[in-house]
Write a protein that binds this ligand. Structure first.
Ligand code: AMP
Ligand code: GLY
Length: 422
């Protein structure tokens, strides 16, 4: 098979690394890729959201299966476009991707079908939104409806802060069109966990557990990022809790989408808050998480191509996913300043020597090749991932590898894999 992977982050490098292990695969392309994806794939300089150019490439190069990383391409309808030309592609259609593309759609679906989530209201105009928060006391969460690169959620301690956030989105348009409609919701308290599952429109096959660390600094302090590291399995997700999440959230979501004529195929990612009243859904994503994918795929024993084929063909009930018993920990090495402004173009050294460590794989994110060198080219630069017999040894192996890597201006968390409650 010839495979095209769309995207250029750590998640896509991990997908390629895993796909390359399948005996079914002959050649992999990556658009646009990074310095790491060139190990197993040929990089193509097409941006991940240029879905027409991607289609042209896939038709010309007889691509047998396309795997999409980032949400933009899905929300733009890459799956519909490819399928209309008879091409096979893994991921949800445009109307199904709205589950991530519109928070109002996702919340309304949850309400209509009784899925546990925070109380909320949707607003299209400034005044009613301000009047609503004025009547509230205590913390509220204000969310831009559309895609905002993970930045469209403002946690507000008071109605005054909520007013500011609403004005910022709806009046000053700081998130552009994404903030023309907003969701104001109840502030939930608890531990966060991600549960990812394959869906085929009907059946749901949960992946093993993973937890990411969203805050920029140690001890979960500082601004939220795309994710500063992740580990799998996450002991917080006990088998009983996983069953509950499948029963109360993931399966009902897939059933609801089918009823709404928005058949969901691909990866369904539920971001959950484990509250005193049980798990509640903070958001759905319609794609692999980044960096959760790095430790998850490091532990997956089953052929990923077979799992994706089952999702496309509606046969997930006939396949199981096997996982290594070891723990995998992924430490994101970022450019200093991330998630705010940061510099690019720094020379990275030590990757080869880091990869000689026990069970270590360095997944590239924001990197680019430059002659024989590798340069930084983004906020999240590398995802240093290591296996270990247990969590402590995986953490030790990962940080031993991290210590061997350097460039001018590194930032990473020192506490990945450790959570107060797990
Ligand atoms: P989202 O993109 O909706 O998952 O929100 C991003 C982050 O904001 C989540 O990972 C949570 O840390 C936080 N968050 C979102 N919604 C809530 C909520 N209702 N209560 C508390 N925290 C929230
Ligand atoms: N790590 C969070 C996400 O992929 O959205």
């Amino acid at each position: 098979m010839q495979i095209l992977v769309v995207g250029g982050g750590g998640r896509e490098h991990a997908l390629i690394w895993k796909i390359a292990q399948s005996p079914l695969v002959k050649k992999i392309f990556c658009a646009p890729g990074n310095a790491g994806t060139t190990e197993q794939a040929e990089n193509i300089s097409i941006p991940a959201d240029d879905i027409n150019a991607l289609l042209e490439f896939a038709l010309k190069n007889k691509i047998d299966l396309t795997v999409v990383g980032p949400e933009q391409a899905l929300v733009l309808g890459i799956v519909d476009l490819f399928e209309s030309k008879g091409l096979r592609i893994f991921g949800p259609s445009k109307v199904a991707a709205e589950l991530e593309g519109s928070k109002a759609f996702s919340k309304n679906l949850m309400r209509k079908y009784g899925l546990p989530t925070a109380d909320y209201e949707v607003f299209d105009a400034l005044e009613p939104a301000l009047a609503y928060v004025d009547k509230k006391s205590g913390p509220q969460v204000v969310k831009a409806d559309g895609l905002a690169a993970g930045k469209g959620v403002i946690l507000c301690d008071s109605p005054e802060e909520a007013r500011e956030a609403i004005k910022n989105m709806m009046q000053d348009k700081s998130f552009g069109a994404a903030g023309e409609r907003i969701v104001v919701e109840e502030y939930l308290v608890g531990e966060e966990i991600s549960v990812l599952a394959f869906a085929d429109g009907k059946n749901v096959l949960a992946l093993d557990s993973a937890q990411d660390h969203k805050a920029a600094y140690d001890g979960d302090r500082g601004p939220n990022t795309g994710g500063m590291g992740a580990y799998s399995p996450a002991p917080l997700l006990t088998p009983a809790l996983k069953d509950q999440v499948l029963r109360e959230i993931l399966q009902p979501a897939v059933d609801a989408m089918a009823k709404e004529d928005r058949t969901f195929r691909g990866i369904l990612y539920a971001g959950l808050m484990l509250t005193e009243k049980g798990p509640k859904t903070l958001e759905f994503n319609v794609r692999w998480g980044d960096p959760e994918t790095q430790p998850l795929l490091t532990r997956l024993k089953t052929d990923l191509i077979e799992l994706m084929n089952a999702s496309i063909d509606g046969t997930l009930d006939k396949i199981t996913a096997e996982w290594k018993k070891e723990t995998a920990v992924c430490v994101v090495m970022a450019a200093k300043g991330y998630p705010e402004a940061y510099e690019k173009g720094k020379i990275i050294s030590g990757i080869d020597s880091a990869e000689q460590g026990d069970g270590v794989k360095v997944f590239h994110a924001g990197t680019k090749p430059d002659g024989g060198k590798v340069l930084t080219n983004g906020g999240r630069v590398l995802g240093v991932t290591a296996l270990g017999a247990d969590r402590d040894s995986a953490i030790k192996n990962a940080y031993k590898a991290v210590d061997k890597i350097s460039w001018d201006g590194i930032h990473y968390r020192k506490d990945i894999g450790q959570r107060p409650s797990s």
